[in-house]
Ligand binder design. Structure first.
Ligand SMILES: Nc1ncnc2c1ncn2[C@@H]1O[C@H](COP(=O)(O)OP(=O)(O)OP(=O)(O)O)[C@@H](O)[C@H]1O
Ligand SMILES: O=P(O)(O)OC[C@H]1O[C@H](OP(=O)(O)OP(=O)(O)O)[C@H](O)[C@@H]1O
Ligand SMILES: [Mg+2]
Length: 282
């Protein structure tokens, strides 16, 4: 049975479970459930703290897990990304009181608070900067400066609301662009079951990102039309009963669908229909 780690709390928990559910797996109905067996798919899910997931997967006790790239790198665990899930995108950044700092190079001798000490220390070492101290806090690190335990923080920034409310601003280059990722132990043996999980999740990503577009177009304009809707591989073009017309079917990125429909209309396409994709294997 495949053993998979899923975040039990925090920003990743709900979207990760929703994605697995969409991929056809059973998910827990109660937030207190810590282990759940899905016998139909021969999978056992372990609901763990997002921070601990890379440690379990890196130890080889679990076959795969969903966690944040920032947490994976911070842990230093022997685990690697096998699929980017695009969930909970956030940037990991330096922040300080307005006007305080402009670059990470100025951090020599500074006291830095973070929940991601491993990530921060490695980044400082890469930059050749020696801080006075890296103070490990569990959360709400934005308050550390006001309370005098740090001069600077390094934390996850999504909207920037938390920083603004604490009177802080970002400075310097982003330390990391993070998102939820599927991980496995570094160099793990290839596994048919893990490959199947990856294909299912890829199917969900494609179904979320693409829609199916159908339209009719005069045969002489079909090349122009398929240039607008090239699809993932090649669009399907079928003859219509009406002489001189063809029907085209192609996948298009969901976010571009309205613009593509306008462009198709302008070159004479009609009966343009957009439908959702519920599941797929590409
Ligand atoms: N505001 C946010 N927006 C998007 N992603 C976030 C945000 N906060 C955290 N994350 C991401 O979610 C993952 C886990 O962080 P999260 O804050 O949910 O866990 P935690 O801090 O351990 O739990 P909690 O905050 O519930 O104590 C990390 O990969 C992080 O990048
Ligand atoms: O840029 P924003 O949209 O404001 O989001 C960023 C905030 O979200 C996370 O905190 P979380 O809610 O996980 O609380 P925590 O500090 O207790 O982990 C992160 O640590 C920031 O504080
Ligand atoms: Mg948090």
């Amino acid at each position: 049975m495949l053993r998979i780690a899923v975040p039990n709390k925090g920003s990743l928990s709900e979207p990760a479970s929703a994605m697995l559910h969409e991929a056809g797996y059973r998910q827990r109905s109660h937030s207190k459930e810590l282990v759940l067996v899905d016998p139909d798919n021969s999978v056992e899910f372990f609901f763990l703290r997002p921070r601990d997931i890379a440690v379990y997967v890196g130890s080889g006790r679990l076959d795969a897990g969903i966690t944040g790239r920032d947490l994976l790198l911070d842990s230093g665990a022997d685990a690697e990304e096998i699929l980017q899930l695009g969930l909970a995108p956030a940037t990991f950044r330096w922040a300080a009181p307005v006007g305080g700092y402009t670059s990470a190079k100025e951090l020599a001798g500074a006291r830095i608070a973070s929940s991601y000490v491993g990530l921060v220390q490695r980044h400082l070492a890469d930059q050749g900067v020696e801080a006075a101290a890296v103070v490990k806090l569990d959360g709400a690190v934005e308050t550390a400066i006001q309370l005098g335990v740090a001069d600077v923080i390094a934390d996850v920034v999504e909207t920037g609301t938390t920083l603004r409310q604490a009177g802080l601003e970002i400075f310097g280059e982003p330390i990391l662009h993070s998102e939820a990722v599927l991980i496995r132990r570094t160099g793990a043996e290839p596994s048919r079951e893990v490959d199947q999980l990856v294909r299912r999740l890829q199917g969900v990503l494609v179904a979320r990102r693409y829609v199916m577009m159908d339209y009719d177009i005069r045969a002489e304009r079909v090349e122009e039309a398929v240039a607008l809707t090239p699809g993932l591989e090649s669009p399907t073009v079928s003859p219509l009963h009406n002489e001189g017309w063809v029907a085209v079917r192609s996948m298009v990125p969901r976010r571009d669908a309205q613009r593509i429909m306008d462009d198709l209309w302008d070159i004479g396409a009609r009966a343009i229909l957009v439908t959702g994709i519920h599941a797929c294997r590409i």
